[in-house]
Every structure is written in C-alpha cells, then in structure tokens.
Design a protein around this ligand. Structure first.
Ligand SMILES: NC(=O)c1ccc[n+]([C@@H]2O[C@H](COP(=O)([O-])OP(=O)(O)OC[C@H]3O[C@@H](n4cnc5c(N)ncnc54)[C@H](O)[C@@H]3O)[C@@H](O)[C@H]2O)c1
Length: 282
C-alpha cells in the first residue's frame, strides 16, 4: 500500500514501545492515527506527542483480550477516521516461561495475548479494511523468536520457551492471513524485531489479567539502566517506524529490524535442509 498520506491507521499497543514507534512513524508519513492501548494515559501521551510534531492523532483505551472492548474500538475507529487503511497490533507478553515447567494457565495467558488477541482484532477490523477499495494493510507483531528457537544462553538468560512457540504461531497466522487476503487487495506483514529498548517485561507483569493470575511484581524492578543508557544491541524505538513504513509500502510478508540476526535464521533453515537430505538418504 504505497499511499499513506491522509489515510487512517489504528495501532493497538501504541501507548509504548514498538507500538509507539510505529504510531510515530505512520503519523510522520501523514497518516491519521488512532493510538489504542490498555493504558489510556500512555495512549493519550503518544497522541499528544504526535500532535506536538504537527501530526494528526487521537487515542482510545482498549483491552485486546476483551471482544466487547475491541468491538467498541472498531466503532470508534470508523467514527473518528472514517476509513481505516492500516491496522497494526503489537500487543504481547514476555516473561521467563519454559515449555517444560509452565502451567496450563501460563500457556493460556500467552495463547491469549499473542494469538487470540490478534485473531480477535483482525476479525473486528477486517470489515473496516474491506469497506473501501483504496487498499489496506495489516501488521502483526511476532519476533525473531518467531523465526528461530534460542536457548536461554542466547537470550540474556531468560527462558523464552512459551513465548517462542506463540511467536511462531503469529508467523503462521500472518502467512495464512496473507494468502486469504491477497486476492482482496489487503496486504499482511509480520514484524519480527530483534531486541528493542522497551519495558515489555514490566508491562507484562503490570497488565496480567486476573484470570491468568493477576498483576505480578515487576521482575525488572531496581534493574533500570541509567537515563540515556541502552544495553548493547538494543534498538531505540524511534528507529522502528521508518522500517515498518517501508515494509507496508512494499507489502513485504516479513519486516525485520536486526540484519545481524540473519546468521541464526540461516543456521535454522540450513538445519531443515540438512535434515531433508538426511531423511532422503535413509
Ligand atoms: N522489545 C523487544 O525487544 C521485542 C522484540 C521482539 C518482539 N517484541 C514484541 O513487540 C510487541 C510490543 O512489545 P514492546 O516491547 O513494545 O513492549 P511494550 O510493553 O512497550 O508494549 C506493549 C503495549 O501493549 C499494551 N497492552 C498490554 N496489554 C494490553 C491489552 N490487553 N490490550 C491492549 N493493549 C495492551 C501495553 O500497555 C503496552 O503499551 C510484543 O508483541 C512483543 O512480544 C518485542
């Protein structure tokens, strides 16, 4: 979808982190952006930030795990933006959760936030994306963890087992959505970032719904870096917007942010090819 200027975009999870970066990026292209988040204050702050730089934005609270709340957001988007051309979801959760030790409740929590929230929102927003023939685009957020499965030694000590399983599911969902929607002129991209400087682990702890155990104490408390410091390899969120804009314009199936991660992806693909060869020999 090449033309963005003057068109409508909804960014869920836009109140902070990667969603904020994407909202700023889309607004920078002249899009009229609805910033939606469970944290209404943060969504409002991003709206104000966009307005201060001359952009066009509005904000709304949404709980992506609640279908009534998502339906209200879709109605508000239709009212405020008239036409919606771009829908972005960045909602997700991250905490130490190994596949061998996680309870069914933890699995259900990750399934809900990574997969079902995306499915629910796409279903709610598809009628708006289909309501015009200007072209439309959906961006789902996976991770490098949707492309490769890394042990804790390669993820800064965190066991990303359950997260990795669900981020692979987001890639599969995005691929199939793309097959289904391409004939209708609706593009789909799956964003697969590497490490980006956000507060995802703290946000995850703060917003865990009661049915999944309620808010947790923040595992990152007392571990914040001095202002202006960022762990090596972390990307600032402001760098995300232009990368995602480029991916939308070119309707790329995947949007990558960290070229240095190519080697681990290549190693995984090579393993698959090697095992084809091995299997053919036996
Ligand atoms: N930060 C990274 O290094 C990284 C890397 C790869 C992928 N990701 C993915 O990027 C996405 C965004 O994460 P982030 O790092 O920007 O973290 P973040 O915590 O800054 O962003 C998540 C946003 O989602 C909102 N949110 C939480 N629960 C919600 C709900 N029920 N309904 C609506 N909004 C809700 C939060 O308030 C927050 O604004 C996640 O899917 C994450 O898995 C992050």
């Amino acid at each position: 979808m090449d033309k963005l200027d003057g068109r409508g975009a909804v960014v869920v999870g836009g109140g902070s982190g990667i969603g904020r970066g994407i909202a700023l990026g889309l607004a920078g292209e002249g899009m009229r952006v609805l910033v939606a988040d469970i944290d209404a204050e943060n969504a409002g702050a991003v709206r104000d930030e966009i307005a201060r730089s001359g952009g066009d934005a509005r904000a709304a609270r949404v709980d992506a795990t609640d279908s009534d709340s998502v339906a209200k957001l879709a109605t508000a988007a239709a009212d405020d933006l008239d036409r919606v051309h771009v829908f972005v979801n960045t909602v997700g959760v991250l905490t130490d959760a190994a596949v061998t030790t996680s309870s069914e409740q933890v699995w259900a929590w990750f399934v809900e936030f990574h997969l079902m929230a995306a499915v629910r929102m796409v279903e709610a927003f598809l009628p708006l994306l289909r309501a015009h023939d200007d072209g439309a685009h959906i961006v789902l957020t996976s991770s490098m963890a949707g492309m490769v499965a890394l042990p804790a030694e390669q993820t800064g000590g965190m066991n990303t087992g359950v997260y990795t399983v669900l981020k692979h599911a987001v890639v599969g969902y995005g691929d199939m959505l793309r097959h289904d929607l391409t004939p209708e002129g609706i593009g789909v991209s799956v964003l697969c970032p590497g490490a980006v400087a956000t507060s995802l682990v703290s946000t995850t702890a703060r917003h865990r719904p009661e049915r999944f155990g309620g808010p947790m104490s923040d595992p990152m408390a007392g571990r914040t870096l001095p202002p202006g410091m960022m762990p090596p390899g972390m990307m600032p969120i402001e760098a995300l917007g232009p990368i995602v804009v480029r991916g939308i314009r070119a309707n790329r199936p995947y949007i990558f942010t960290h070229p240095e991660m190519q080697d681990v992806v290549r190693a995984r693909q090579q393993q698959v090819l090697d095992d084809f060869e091995f299997s053919a020999e036996t």
